[in-house]
Ligand binder design. Structure first.
Ligand code: G6P
Ligand code: MG
Length: 213
């Protein structure tokens, strides 16, 4: 993987573990509709957009809702989610994440955020790491969800670096697929059996060093 000029980071599950807050808020919503879902089912929601997550959850509960009702439910979930992320502190940055992003910058490698979340800015501000990214592309700037490569291609474009010189850090299968579809390298964060399409898999950014790029 030589000649890497830019690193693009997913947020949820790579820089910070917000999955637990998404799970709590979605569960509260499901419970309010009279059903529950497991942590294992929640795994399927990682990297998946808000609307698509709601559709999957409603499917698990065997519930049909109109588009207008779905919008209302997604808004309710987001209100609960935002209440939780507003309480986040820099202590919640995942081990090694800040250090690795900083080491990229020190080495002259450009850095970008590539996240499906429309709440990315709030989270980065709470973690006090907005300044670590040369470009921030999130759910407010894209129209196509991962595994479409749009979010990462926009990140590369904002940095002025061609895709083949970019590496994406992702914890979701759809995210690894998006990176590959965009002609980029992918480093998986998690289980190599799950993220087998990635060029390399590490357990977390604490395991990353520049010589692995
Ligand atoms: C990330 C998370 C998903 C979440 C999505 C949208 O991809 O992994 O669990 O549904 O972002 O997040 P948002 O904050 O916009 O609802
Ligand atoms: Mg993720």
């Amino acid at each position: 993987m030589n000649n890497i000029k830019a690193c693009i980071f997913d947020l949820d599950g790579v820089i910070v573990d917000t999955a637990i807050y998404h799970y709590k808020a979605w569960r509260r919503l499901a419970n309010s509709l009279g059903f529950d879902f497991t942590e294992q089912q929640n795994e399927q929601l990682k990297g998946v957009s808000r609307v698509r997550s709601l559709q999957l959850i409603l499917g698990w509960g065997g519930i049909t809702k109109t588009e207008a009702e779905q919008e209302q439910l997604a808004t309710q979930k987001n209100t609960w989610y935002v209440e939780m992320i507003n309480q986040m502190t820099p202590a919640e940055i995942l081990p090694g994440a800040r250090e690795f992003v900083q080491s990229c910058r020190d080495a002259g490698i450009k850095t970008a955020l590539g996240s499906a979340s429309k709440n990315s800015m709030t989270i980065l501000e709470k973690l006090q790491i907005v300044h670590l990214f040369d470009a921030i592309i999130d759910g407010n700037k894209v129209t196509k969800a991962k595994p479409d490569p749009e979010v990462f291609l926009k990140g590369a474009e904002a940095l002025g670096i061609e895709p083949q010189y970019c590496v994406v850090f992702e914890d979701a299968i759809a995210g690894v697929e998006a990176a590959k579809a965009g002609g980029m390298k992918a480093i998986g964060i998690g289980d190599p059996k799950v993220l087998y399409e990635a060029d390399l898999v590490v357990s977390g950014l604490k395991e990353m060093t520049l010589d692995k790029l």
